[in-house]
Design a binder for this molecule. Sequence first.
Ligand code: AP5
Length: 230
Amino acid sequence: MSGAGATLEVVPAVLILLGPPGAGKGTQARVLEERFGLVQLSTGDLLRAAVAAGTEAGKAAKAVMEAGDLVSDEIVLAILKDRLLEPDVSKGVILDGFPRTTAQAEALDDLLAATGQRINAAVSLEVDDAAMVTRISGRYTCGGCGEGYHDSFKKPAVAGTCDKCGGTEMKRRADDTAEAVATRLQAYHAQTAPLITYYEGRGCLETLPAMGAIEDVAAALKGIVEQATR
Ligand code: AP5
């Protein structure tokens, strides 16, 4: 991996979005990007790009992701460190889907400590498992710009045409099957939910009820981010 030994950017804000599959991490990260000029770093998106590019990491991750299991910490950390070397992260980052294990959280602490930085807030999006299946099964994204939509909750103004870029190629994810979603929820509860306690212990946990409409969750999140980045 190219990240070994290179210097990481110092970023002005570090926000973490925690939550099970379908909680709205990606949706809210995109709102925060527009609202605060921060950069969304989604390890899921980075891994899907690696799979699509056919890199060694992507080849190793493909079957694991399609089954709904977690990709190894080693692969995820290498991909994230490479991304953190790119200059745009100096605007501040929203970590979407990372960390997902205690080992990843500890590695992030080490990375930030090396550059004298801290986590402004780790926001846990609180949702019901049952609703997540509905959210995920109706999800699709624009193949051109990645804007997210939903069959019921967030339709484009013109069916089949992206509101943002005008693209007409819409995509659904390979791991949005009922079997993989069940495995992803299990992985969340077993390996990622313990991070809520981890960040509570570090004094940066914010809990956000996220069963409301997208705009209502975004409004509450705006207040949390304003407070945490003051
Ligand atoms: P990843 O891509 O991170 O997927 P995920 O965590 O399962 O989360 P999702 O992207 O499914 O959900 P989301 O919370 O972003 O919801 P969204 O905003 O899209 O990871 C995929 C895989 O990659 C993992 O299973 C694993 O294999 C691997 N991986 C990734 N990171 C890893 C890591 N750090 N370590 C190890 N492995 C890793 O919303 C869902 C839908 O609901 C959308 O259609 C949206 O429009 C709609 N919606 C959103 N909010 C609302 C609302 N408030 N009301 C109604 N609808 C809403």
